[in-house]
Write a protein that binds this ligand. Structure first.
Ligand code: FPP
Length: 237
């Protein structure tokens, strides 16, 4: 018998393998990124169908600036394109967009497009899509500590909850499930604090080929897992 569907509020995804997928098709890396960006739309649709409330995707890490200039500007142009063109769809779907990451290094026009998209979608409540851009978890925690100290917070007020309030993801629940496509099995500086109790799902499938069906498979694997949060298995029965 299928076990009861356990609560699944927040899914986080490391979308890896665009370049290798493109290579397997005999195409340039940017072709893979374009298909990868298209694939986000179908995973957003499926997240809504599965009644997931938060989806967080790793779109550009603080380390990604070290890629060849041509690839970085290709990714930034893709971002411009989607920020301009997806707002209508987000409104129709009830998607609230939220960017998590350090904004000041992004081009001014991109910062403005992000602010505009966030504002236009702020009242939507079906799914919150958190896009991690110029994001690195250690940088996020360092920045949070700086902000805490400069806000004059007392030592006795420093709690785990308080730290959470200073992270880019403030207000969002922790991820229940973290998926990484593309065969690597590591976190790559993504949501280190927030993923303390997340279940991990790794697949060899490259991101552009990660279909709704594969996504459903990941969700059903999660569904079959026992989450203990440090308790014994008897305690969670
Ligand atoms: C990893 O593929 C993917 C990324 C660099 C980030 C994900 C980007 C997208 C899905 C495109 C949409 C992004 C934006 C900013 C709109 P890889 O290049 O590391 O693949 P490889 O490991 O096979 O080389």
């Amino acid at each position: 018998m299928k076990p009861d569907v356990k609560s699944l509020t927040h899914v986080a995804i490391i979308m890896d393998g665009n370049g290798r997928w493109a290579k397997s098709q005999g195409k340039p890396r940017l072709f893979g990124h374009r298909r990868g960006a298209e694939n986000i739309k179908s995973i957003v649709e499926e997240s809504i169908a599965q009644k997931i409330s938060y989806l967080t995707i790793y779109a550009f890490s603080t380390e990604n600036w070290h890629r060849p200039q041509e690839e970085v500007s290709g990714l930034m142009n893709l971002l411009r394109f989607y920020l301009k063109n997806e707002i209508k769809t987000f409104k129709k779907q009830g998607v609230r967009l939220r960017m998590v990451g350090e904004r000041s290094r992004l081009d001014k026009d991109i910062q403005e497009l992000i602010a505009h998209a966030e504002k236009e979608t702020q009242d939507n409540s079906v799914l919150t899509l958190q896009v991690a851009l110029n994001y690195g978890s250690r940088g996020e925690i360092t920045e949070a500590l700086r902000k805490m100290v400069s806000s004059g917070i007392e030592v006795s007020q420093i709690t785990e909850e308080k730290i959470g309030e200073f992270l880019y993801t403030a207000g969002a629940p922790d991820p229940d499930l973290l998926i990484r496509t593309g065969g690597e099995q590591r976190l790559s500086n993504f949501l280190l604090w927030q993923s303390a109790y997340a279940e991990f799902y790794f697949t060899e499938t490259f991101w552009p080929a990660f279909s709704k069906q594969e996504f459903q498979k990941a969700l059903s694997v999660y569904d079959g897992r026992e989450r203990r949060h440090g308790k014994t298995s008897d305690q969670v029965q």
